[in-house]
Design a protein around this ligand. Sequence first.
Ligand SMILES: Nc1ncnc2c1ncn2[C@@H]1O[C@H](COP(=O)(O)OP(=O)(O)OP(=O)(O)O)[C@@H](O)[C@H]1O
Ligand SMILES: [Mg+2]
Length: 476
Amino acid sequence: MDPKIMFANLGSVLASAMFLWAVFQQYFPTHHIRGQIEKYSQRAFNFFYPYVQVTFNEHTGERFMRSEAYSAIENYLSIKSSTQAKRLKADIGKNNQSLVLSMDDYEEVADEFRGLRLWWAFGKNVSKPQAFSFFSHTDEKRTINLSNRYYKLTFHKKHRDVILGPYLNHVLKEGKAMKVRNQQRRLFTNNGSSWSHVVFEHPATFQTLAMEPERKKEIMDDLIEFSKAEDFYARTGRAWKRGYLLYGPPGTGKSTMIAAMANLLGYDLYDLELMAVKDNTELRKLLIETSSKSIIVIEDIDCSLDLTGQRKEKPKEKDEDEKNPMNKLATDDREAKPSKVTLSGLLNFIDGLWSACRGERLIVFTTNHVDKLDSALIRKGRMDKHIELSYCGFEAFKVLVKNYLGIESHSLFGTIEALLAETNMSPADVAEHLIPKAKSRNIENHLKSLIRALEQAKGGATLKNDQSAKEAIKDQ
Ligand SMILES: Nc1ncnc2c1ncn2[C@@H]1O[C@H](COP(=O)(O)OP(=O)(O)OP(=O)(O)O)[C@@H](O)[C@H]1O
Ligand SMILES: [Mg+2]
């Protein structure tokens, strides 16, 4: 055929097609057709595509809120991303101490669960500028460019039940737990009926805690088991709480152990000063305000309440008021306004209130005089675990000497072991002799200084024994 005629025919065919298209568009708008085409092509694609995809967008809802699921997934994937992804993004973490790595746009990492393989991809949608109202109390709206990031999970359709059920639960739980671990810990103290907080950066850990290794392990296992036992508490209908009573003489590591507990579990600490609480109502308000994943501490419980629930003065050094006149003022102030916090108010909180609070909480009481406590306060179920912290034994000494002087054995250890067995010296007092001084003493001098102190303490004990022996003879 003559090419000219052919092009002329083709031209008229095209012209007619365009005319028909224009008429068609007038009666059926383009987006409608595109929608139909997409729908049917998607159906055809789904028919042959054996995978399921779930998208988790970063922002949800009208108020541009960051989705909790998205941030949990981000945390969960952070370790996998840093080991698997080839392109990474780096940022400073919330604790300002470490770099946080996450996968870059359109990267993909694989994961496995109960032997099933699945994939996570990271992506970004840039949508049209939108107006958002950031504050509920104002109608002010701001227009911003939204780039909604998302994680897309892909898995085989035959694994649907496992992935959408147990796997996603596992991801959300782990992700939230990682967030708590990476967060800065806070130490709350009560000032009257409100809490204020500072960043909690106590360096104590269970590794540095001087204690027999088996007991230490038992306590750590107990804490970790508690923190993971959400299902158990939900199944049995019990409030997710656990009470610890730490008792022992001064300087044996009760407060240090509480700091180590917070560091182990990544929980916030609420140091509750009962002396500063006006009455049971104020106590209840303070306790309701505590967050989940926290340790509520009441130190020297025997000094804060007596058996009838009335307040008592904490015994203090004779000249404490002279040293710090503010103490005297504070005491006078307290005496002027007696508190009405009662033992039963505290017990009610332990038994009832907690059950209404979501999330896990530990409550820790400390005392130097366990025998003075009301049995109602420390019975099982209220204080689940009683931990005695006692004078420094040889095992505890070995931990201290390793932490302070970096040694694990020495020829003087034998002498020290024998002396520790015969004396009552607190780990705090033992540690005093092991702190490296400015004029650097050598290791042996530190150990000799400790031996002298132990011998002196033992001499004191012998003297005391002699004295009581004399008195016993006199009485006869
Ligand atoms: N078991 C221990 N392990 C490591 N360090 C300890 C231990 N016991 C005491 N220390 C050291 O002694 C110091 C005082 O200890 P801590 O405040 O924990 O004692 P405590 O039992 O709470 O005393 P108190 O009954 O007077 O409150 C701590 O700063 C810590 O350095
Ligand atoms: Mg203490």
